[in-house]
Design a protein around this ligand. Structure first.
Ligand SMILES: *[C@@H]1O[C@H](CO)[C@@H](O)[C@H](O)[C@H]1NC(C)=O
Ligand SMILES: *[C@@H]1O[C@H](CO)[C@@H](O)[C@H](O)[C@H]1NC(C)=O
Length: 820
């Protein structure tokens, strides 16, 4: 299609291309030019060299003309899209032609150029219309689209999607959008007034973040070309959480067990509730609900972790389990609850408690075995094994524990007691439970055993022996007996008594007494060894029990001698009135036994051991005295020169400490005949007048003696009667004892000391001053009794005594005997 252009269009061009084409403008306006117009239509994007059209043919020109006319293309465009092949007269594509680049949205899209020929000048317009091919895909500006949609978004909510662009036009442009298949969203397409197409996403199903927190979709934009081209964009949808889920416990019931002795902070269990929501909506806190106040101190629940720990003390004995409600709350206030059962495991943490219900102390020692002493109650707060009690006591002690009824035990005796061996018992009662380890507790019962009078007093010795020296003061304590009683108190309180026995016919109590409290034995009287040598009696110790028990012991008291008696000279008899002389014939040889001094000592032992010494003598050279036997012997021949009358003083000493002594005067007449002796002894009497007077006195004395005799007779009879009546009372006499010793014995024994057996042949009278015993057995021929009454010359005769001691009255002597 060719057309001729008008000058107007030249102007127009000029306007359009003012400076570029002045030359063309010049040609067009100043010469008569042939104009042709050709129009080609080609698709875009042809390859270089592709044929656009046969210009020569279309313009009606031959190839020669083109060549000669030096046909060429004049174009206003910077890019030479086309090339004229003058040799073939065709127009080919010189450069890639992109419609979109060339025209954009403008349709139809074309460009024009002129083909100029010279000689003659010809100007032909060629317009090439470029048709669209679908060479562009719809594109989205962004690579992805992001949405945050709350899960609570209502159905039908619409979300505008970014639109895609397609550079192609017409049917090759964007035709529609497609959303990849999903249940959630639908797509709604719209066209804007300017023809642009856009789409909206419409919520078709409720969102649930918990099941699908993110949704990825693809939006595809499709053009209408053939084949279709498309562009895709990802749509990322983040579903925003809404607190639409309550927390949920993973167990509806929790069970835990904890030892009752667990420490604070001990872990018990963890509860767990999950919340499907996220963030604060899913943040669960825990707490106890409806809990008893006291439990709040015992258990602690970690708000956020849900761990339950021990915060206080558990006591199985108070509560065996705890059931606690727990609530889990999310921040949005949604709640779930569950239950926790905490079982407490018994621990043997309670020792048995012993209560003594009754205890009898003291118990009498004679209680039979099997006596119940105490009743004990034992309680253990623990349960089962931990609370199973066994009760026992020290097996060394005579007690055992007997179970009676549950938790009650009786402490009974298994043997008899003896307070004297064990006055008390500390009985340890131990109660143990059967836990592991076992706990036990003990209690000590102090049982006292009360006394029963089962022991008699016991003397330290079975028999006592004591000594006392005679002549003790009455009331003197001799010694003490003592007895022990192993009983207690009153039962051991000992009193001492004398058993009523007789000693020499007198009651013991008249000799000794005993202090009932102390057991001290006192002498009641002064003892005389010469009378009583020993005392034997029984003492009794008696306790204060009821009935009392007693025992006895024998006591022997030996009275010891004291040198309280001087020797007594039995021979020669010492008389004041009469003169006794031993005759020694002048013819006597040396060693002639003149006489023997006989003395006794009623004491005994050393105290009675006598010795004889010559104290004074007329002629010391003539006589000697046997130290031991008291024999007086001549030690030289008697001569005529020796005086008739010899006077010897012999001292008799005992061996006591201090010693006691007696002297005796022995008259010895050295003569051959009695008259010689007489005359000699008569010479001794010097006073004649005195002798005359003496005759008178003798008569007087005879009268007095007669009187005294009668008086004595009366007295003695009365005494006899009195004794007969008072024989039991009158026992003791203070009267001196004069031993009777027949002189004859002195020879047979050969010693001055008489054996004891004779010493007690005594003679007693009521009055020593008035009367005495005489044993006048002048059996020896040597004995000469000088009677002053017959001689009347004795100067030494003393008045009263001489009368009383009248030796020549045989009647008196015989009386003395008969009086006994
Ligand atoms: C018993 O116990 C007491 C005090 O605990 C103690 O004085 C006493 O000597 C004890 N007796 C025995 C027999 O052990
Ligand atoms: C002294 O005790 C003995 C036994 O100890 C007894 O046989 C005797 O009869 C008792 N004597 C008196 C006098 O009680």
């Amino acid at each position: 299609m060719a057309f001729k252009s008008s000058p107007l269009s030249c102007v127009k061009w000029r306007l359009n291309f003012r400076s570029v084409w002045p030359f063309l403008l010049f040609l067009g306006c100043l010469s008569h030019i042939v104009f042709g117009q050709i129009r080609y239509t080609i698709p875009e994007e042809l390859k270089r060299g592709s044929l656009i059209g046969n210009v020569a043919q279309d313009l009606g020109l031959d190839v020669q003309r083109l060549r000669s006319g030096r046909a060429r293309i004049v174009t206003r465009q910077s890019i030479q899209f086309t090339e004229l092949k003058t040799d073939k007269g065709i127009l080919v594509v010189n450069e890639r032609i992109d419609r979109e680049q060339l025209c954009g949205d403008v349709t139809p899209c074309s460009f024009s150029f002129e083909v100029i020929l010279e000689n003659p000048m010809e100007l032909h317009r060629v317009t090439v219309e470029i048709t669209d091919i679908n060479d562009n895909s719809p594109t989205f500006r962004k690579e992805e689209m992001k949405f945050e949609i709350s899960e609570s978004a209502t159905l039908g909510s619409r979300f505008l999607l970014a639109s895609a662009e397609d550079a192609d036009v017409g049917s090759n442009g964007l035709q529609k959008y497609i959303l990849n298949t999903n249940d959630m969203f639908g797509l709604k397409q719209h066209s804007s007034p300017d023809g642009r197409k856009y789409a909206e996403m419409v919520l078709q199903k409720p969102l649930d973040r918990e099941s699908e927190p993110k949704i990825s979709l693809k939006l595809i934009a499709i053009d209408g070309g053939t084949p279709h081209r498309s562009g895709t964009v990802n749509i990322d949808i983040t579903v925003l959480d809404v607190n639409d889920n309550p927390p949920v416990f993973n167990q509806s019931f929790y069970r835990a067990a904890v030892l009752e002795n667990s420490l604070r902070g001990t872990y018990i269990t963890t509860v767990n509730a999950s919340d499907a929501d996220i963030g604060s909506n899913g943040l669960v806190t825990y707490r106890f609900s409806n809990m008893k106040e006291q439990l709040a101190d015992i258990f602690h629940l970690d708000e956020s972790m849900g761990t339950i720990t021990l915060a206080g003390h558990l006591d199985y004995e108070k509560e065996k389990k705890h059931e606690i409600m727990i609530e889990a709350t999310d921040q949005g206030g949604l709640i779930d609850s569950s239950k926790v059962l905490i079982e407490i495991i018994d621990v043997n943490d309670n020792a048995p408690v012993i209560n003594v219900m009754s205890f009898s102390s003291p118990v009498p020692e004679d209680s039979p075995s099997g006596t119940t002493v105490a009743i004990i109650n034992v309680i253990d707060a623990d349960s089962e094994q931990n609370g199973q009690i066994s009760c026992a006591t020290d097996s060394a002690l005579p007690f055992k524990v007997k179970s009676t009824i549950t938790n009650y035990y009786a402490l009974i005796t298994v043997s008899a007691f003896d307070r004297e061996l064990e006055p008390e018992y500390n009985i340890t009662v131990r109660a143990s439970d059967s836990g592991t380890p076992s706990l036990s507790s003990t209690t000590v019962l102090r049982l006292r055993i009360s006394d029963v009078n089962d022991n008699a007093p016991l003397f330290d010795e079975n028999s006592y022996l004591a000594y006392i020296t005679e002549n003790n003061s009455p009331g003197m304590s001799i010694f003490s007996v003592s007895a022990r009683d192993s009983d207690w108190n009153q039962n051991a309180r000992i009193s001492y008594f004398l058993e009523e026995t007789q000693i020499s016919g007198n009651p013991t109590s008249s000799y000794v007494s005993i202090n009932a409290e102390t057991g001290t034995i006192h002498a009641v009287r002064s003892f005389d060894y010469e009378q009583l040598k020993e005392l034997t009696f029984l003492v009794r110790a008696q306790d204060g029990g009821s009935p009392p028990l007693s025992s006895n012991a024998s006591v022997k008291i030996i009275i010891q001698d004291q040198n309280d008696n001087p020797p007594q000279v039995l021979y020669p008899v010492q008389t004041g009135g009469s003169l006794v002389a031993e005759m020694v014939p002048r013819s006597a040889d040396v060693g002639y036994l003149v006489t023997k001094v006989v003395a006794v000592d009623v004491d005994s032992g050393q105290n009675a051991w006598l010795s004889y010494k010559l104290q004074k003598a007329t002629d010391r050279a003539l006589f000697e005295v046997g130290l031991q036997n008291g024999e007086i012997r001549t030690i030289r021949q008697v001569t005529d020169k020796d005086a008739v009358k010899q006077r010897l003083t012999v001292i008799v000493e005992d061996n006591g400490q201090p010693s006691r002594s007696a002297t005796v005067v022995v008259n010895v007449a050295v003569a051959d005949s009695f008259p010689e002796v007489l005359s000699e002894f008569t010479e001794l009497t010097h006073d004649k007048e005195y002798n005359d007077n003496l005759t008178f006195y003798l008569v007087l004395a005879l009268a007095v003696v007669s009187f005294l005799f009668i008086t004595c007779l009366v007295v003695i009879i009365s005494v006899k009667i009195y004794r007969w009546r008072q024989s039991r009372i009158l026992y003791h006499s203070n009267l001196p004892v004069i031993p009777y010793y027949p002189p004859r014995y002195s020879d047979t024994l050969g010693t001055g000391t008489l054996p004891r057996v004779y010493n007690y042949e005594v003679c007693r009278t009521t009055d020593s001053r008035k009367s005495d015993c005489k044993f006048d057995r002048a059996g020896s021929q040597n004995v000469l009794i000088m009677d002053p009454s017959s001689t009347g010359t004795m100067q030494r005769i003393q008045s009263e005594k001489s009368i009383l001691d009248e030796p020549d009255s045989p009647l008196e002597v015989s009386f003395s005997f008969s009086a006994l």
